[in-house]
Write a protein that binds this ligand. Structure first.
Ligand code: PLP
Length: 378
């Protein structure tokens, strides 16, 4: 049988070169000095993608580990933390904050719109006594992109540390950690980087390091404790045995991405064409504004069971797309066009059979989605 097309917003398709890199013979990542150089080199390629001179760590565990490690390492009991919430991941950050004893204050706004800077400004003028703030660059479940630059720069005006979940934007949307003054930017291997799931990575600013290393109370736990990584390179010591094969794959995937100079243009052209094609065909996008170029979330038409639509697409055409979860369960259908999946061919095939499937379920489409997609690729 033909390989399944995994057009979900992560995990994404893994290129053959990346799979091969993963199967390379291993060396001993604790004892072989060569591996410390390899790890450092992979980290600097990620730093290049994040546009930062900050230190980058790669941790063994997927995206969520990064979110939890940032909270565990920065938050001391009683610290006030601002959680900017206009989506499922934004809200979820608050759970980690509370878990580590932080006093979580939400700035919540419409889940169908990006954060309104003016409103955040008004909020901060009244109350800005926060040690750190968390927010999400791309809210994957709703396909929404927040103005990370403006949010981060505004928070820094009040000396608030910024922790940004950029798991589903890094590599597909521009992110400039240094210019935007992001203290901790978090990513994952399985989204736009198109490496196997299993790794998270993060850039850590000197302010964030200061805060992590000068706490009053020690960090609870080990795996989520970023302080244990201090001096790993100087001492040639890892806190635990590194998942060397995963890192081989990640290195290959990041190299492919940084060699693709048109990566942001590619994501933007394809995402634009997807949105236009859906709009003129009469489908509604879930976000009303601020659409991400890495994933498109479509509002499920009245009377349609999105699970049945996805099952049909998978069983009949071998194409997997996604629904969502939590508050958005049953409300959106998502097509991922990130990383290796962001190609005209893959998106065309997906839309062609998505179109057929929608018709099969009685959705009246005004145009043929895949044809409109091609016509709008400019
Ligand atoms: C994918 C993703 C994560 C990682 O979480 P998993 O769902 O466990 O893969 C974190 N944040 C965002 C915004 C994501 O898209």
């Amino acid at each position: 049988m033909k390989d399944k097309m995994i057009m979900t917003p992560g995990p994404t398709t893994i290129h053959e070169e990346v799979r091969k890199a993963m199967s390379k013979p291993i060396i001993n990542p604790d004892l072989d000095i060569e591996f410390y150089e390899f790890y450092k080199n992979t980290s600097s390629k990620i730093a290049q993608l994040l546009n930062t001179n900050n230190e980058v760590l790669i941790l063994s565990g997927e995206g969520i580990l990064g979110l939890e490690a940032a909270c565990a390492s920065l938050i001391e009991p009683g610290d006030r933390v601002l959680c900017i919430d206009n989506g499922i991941f934004g809200k979820g950050f608050g759970d980690f904050v509370k878990m580590y004893g932080g006093e979580c204050v939400y700035f919540s706004s419409d889940y169908r719109k990006p954060i309104e800077i003016k409103e955040l400004k008004v909020f901060l003028e009244k109350d800005n006594d926060y040690k750190l703030a968390t927010f999400v660059h791309c809210e994957t479940p709703s396909g929404l992109l927040n103005p990370a630059k403006e949010i981060s720069l505004l928070l820094k005006e009040y000396n608030i540390l910024t922790v940004v979940d950029a798991v589903s934007s890094v590599g597909g949307e521009l992110i400039e950690v240094d210019d935007w003054k992001i203290d901790i930017a978090l990513g994952g291997s399985q989204k736009c980087l198109s490496a196997p799931p299993g790794l998270t990575f993060m850039s850590i600013s000197s302010d964030a390091w200061k805060s992590i290393l000068n706490r009053e109370k020690p960090i609870i736990g080990y795996y989520c404790n970023l302080a244990i990584w201090k001096d790993w390179y100087e001492k040639k010591w890892f806190p635990y045995t590194q998942p060397i094969s995963d890192i081989y794959a990640l290195d290959c995937a990041v190299t492919r991405l940084i060699n693709d100079e048109k990566r942001y243009e590619r994501h933007s052209v394809i995402a634009n064409a997807v949105r236009k094609a859906l709009n003129v065909s009469g489908m509604q996008l879930y976000p009303l504004d601020g659409w991400s170029n890495t994933v498109t979330a479509i509002a499920v038409p009245e009377g349609i069971n999105e699970k049945e639509v996805r099952e049909y697409l998978l069983e009949k055409y071998n194409i997997m797309i996604a629904g969502a979860f939590g508050a958005l369960d049953g409300k959106v259908i998502r097509i991922g066009h990130m990383g290796e999946n962001c190609t005209e061919e893959k998106v065309f095939i997906t839309l062609k059979y998505f179109d057929k499937t929608l018709r099969k379920f009685g959705v009246k489409l005004k145009k043929e989605i895949h044809k409109e997609f091609v016509d709008n690729l400019d």
